[in-house]
Design a binder for this molecule. Structure first.
Ligand code: PMP
Length: 483
């Protein structure tokens, strides 16, 4: 469970808006001071107290303290704790698996240090980042509109591609409207932060993405989490708390990238309707992956998309671009287009990014066989991994299959050893997942071949056996536990 102290978000927005409205330097009326509006003895007393206060302040300011050293970021607690992890890694001889340089476009394969590897570290789920038509659309947009749209769409105006992409996404979801943001992360932060405020309640799955948590914190609403995919726990919270709050928002993901599983959408819809709550579904990893034609979790369950109030997704994964979107009713989109700081006060999406996402969406609609291929590949990976005795937790296949190995050191060691065997799969460890549930995450795409999948599972099984038999710190690794 998590509770967040309310912050005065609304006040900040009002202040922010005030600055914007006064950007033309129109002189503001002078502020009326308390001493002018108050009268009588009380007013005079207040005025004297204020003057005394001012005198104390002046005395304090003129008595400057001794110079104080600006702290070094070396002593920052975050840097210190990072150093601790680095030291542990160095002590047991681990190679840092992060920020590796790739010399090629990420897909079913990649290239590192001049070597071609089978790649399971890309979100290009349907291979659309490889499609010539997507690249060509981005290049044509640069030629016509340049690489930047310069400022917020509110002031720098629209390019035809902005509305074309939004209309395309709204049509794909079957919603009234859509708005795109320049970042998927900012989409969640700004949307949740704008719609919710003090007096409201946000209830989220404990594994929702960091961006939703940051949005919840920003909103100032009361925030509670429920155990992953546990609809009974969600129902209990709603029974207990719904009556005490004005607006309630339930936030879940369509497909969870840490575990490769999905929520019970029919039950979520039933609960949201019974308790009069908004349901927000983050489709970052389910657009193009779930449903026969890739329309996501609603299509998967055969539920009308209008039963979900807020559809959120990213353009950086299946749609081979950068940015995020919200699809929903025209009123919801109107609120966000005029009130969400991440939209109003941030630059509009660059034309080439919008063009790439639009071309990718067209390709997704034209070639649903890509969606069938990722499902088949996910099924194959899952079946092979289970047959090899690997711990895949609660994964149902599709785009993500984790292999849970135990502690973080073991996971990092596995990544290093797999790289040497020609396979790229990244480790995930605490705090992203529970301490003893560190894992390798295999992101599967429609473009992997059956041979690549079988080879990766075979190598993972062989290397895990070796790493588990290593002495010292590896020997003390507790048995892996499912999340
Ligand atoms: N939501 C989820 C579920 C995500 O996994 C991510 C990023 N991985 C985001 C939002 C943020 O999207 P982006 O990286 O496009 O900013």
């Amino acid at each position: 469970m998590s509770e967040h102290e309310p912050i005065n978000h609304q006040e900040n927005l009002v202040e922010f808006e005030h600055h914007r409205l006064n950007a033309d330097q129109t002189p503001r009326p002078a502020r009326t001071t308390g001493s002018v509006v108050k009268s009588g003895i009380k007013g005079a007393a207040m005025s004297i107290a204020k003057k005394l206060d001012g005198a104390t302040r002046t005395a304090r300011v003129s008595a400057l303290p001794a110079p104080r050293k600006t702290p070094s970021f070396k002593d920052h607690t975050l840097f210190q704790s990072m150093q601790k992890y680095r030291l542990i890694g160095d002590t047991v001889g681990l190679v840092d698996p992060f920020f590796k340089e790739h010399e090629a476009r990420l897909g079913a394969t990649t290239q590192m240090d001049g070597k071609t590897l089978i790649n399971f570290g890309s979100y290009d789920y349907l291979g659309l980042n490889q499609a010539p038509s997507v690249g060509a659309a981005a290049k044509a947009a640069i030629d016509q509109y340049g690489t930047s749209v310069s400022a917020s769409r509110v002031v720098a105006g629209e390019r035809p591609l902005h509305r074309a992409l939004e209309t395309g996404l709204a049509e794909f979801y079957g919603t009234q409207d859509c708005v795109v943001f320049v970042s998927g992360h900012a989409t969640n932060v700004s949307t949740i932060g704008t719609l919710m405020s003090a007096g409201d309640l946000i209830i989220h799955d404990e594994l929702v993405h960091n961006s939703a948590l940051v949005g919840a914190k920003l909103s100032g609403a009361m925030t509670k989490s429920f155990a992953h995919n546990n609809m009974d726990a969600l129902q209990r919270l709603l029974v207990e708390m719904r009556g005490d709050y004005r607006n309630v928002m339930i936030v879940v993901e369509g497909f969870y990238s840490m575990d490769g599983d999905m929520p019970d959408l029919p039950r979520l819809v039933e609960l949201k309707k019974r308790f009069g709550a908004w349901l927000m579904v983050d489709e970052a990893h389910s657009l193009g992956v779930l449903g026969k034609t890739g329309r996501g979790i609603a299509e998967h369950f055969g539920i009308p998309s209008r039963d979900i109030d807020i559809w959120m997704g990213t353009l950086s994964k299946t749609l081979g671009s950068c940015g995020g979107y919200i699809c929903g009713s025209k009123e919801l989109i109107a609120i966000l287009k005029f009130q969400a700081p991440g939209f109003v006060y941030s630059v509009g999406m660059p034309a080439p990014a919008a063009a790439a996402a639009l071309a990718a969406l067209e390709l997704l609609k034209a070639e649903p066989e890509r969606v069938a291929r990722i499902k088949a590949n996910g099924d194959l990976f899952l079946a092979e991994a289970k047959a090899a005795g690997l711990d895949v937790g609660t994964s149902i296949g599709y785009a993500v299959v984790p292999v849970i190995v135990g502690d973080g050191i073991k996971a990092v060691k596995m990544t290093e050893r797999l790289l040497a065997r020609g396979v790229n799969a990244l480790p995930i460890m605490y705090p992203a997942v529970p301490m003893k549930a560190a894992r390798l995450r295999f992101f599967i795409t429609s473009e992997h071949t059956a041979d690549q999948i079988k080879q990766a599972v075979k190598v993972t099984k062989e290397e895990l056996k070796i790493v588990s038999s290593l002495g010292g710190v590896f020997k003390r690794t507790p048995k892996a536990q499912p999340v």
